[in-house]
Design a protein. Structure first.
Length: 124
């Protein structure tokens, strides 16, 4: 008997990014849910979103989150709310993979709802 994939992993594609990858594990009219895996030494761009609030739940590793002008470390089991229009980023400064679940709530969840302010990969 074959194993049933958790979160539709065979249907949803893995999206590669310079900092690691993400996979959409739930896509609904009122929310989108992703798993993000951030490679050691990498970070996402300093960014904001006009149409959505994000909830990040750490599931693996330790990461540094910048929210507005403040920084804090997140451990597995901890959560942070990223309000709509708030500048934010997450960084994996360690030697192990960082994984988190991202829940997006708002009126639009497209990948083009990203305003980049600083980016290590020249995507601003």
């Amino acid at each position: 008997m074959s194993e049933v994939p958790l979160f539709d992993e065979q249907i949803r594609g893995l999206e590669q990014r310079p900092w690691g990858c993400f996979r959409v594990i739930g896509d609904y009219p009122d929310c989108k849910i992703k798993r993000l895996d951030i490679l050691p030494g990498q970070r996402l761009s300093l960014q904001s979103h006009r149409h959505r609030t994000e909830y990040w739940v750490m599931i693996r590793g330790t990461a540094t989150v910048t929210l507005a002008e403040e920084q804090r470390e997140l451990q597995p089991g901890e959560m942070i709310v990223i309000p709509k229009t708030a500048k934010h980023r997450i960084e994996n400064g360690g030697h192990d993979l960082v994984s988190l679940i991202e829940v997006q709530l708002g009126s639009y969840f497209g990948e083009d709802d990203i305003v980049r302010y600083a980016d290590d990969y020249q995507r601003t």
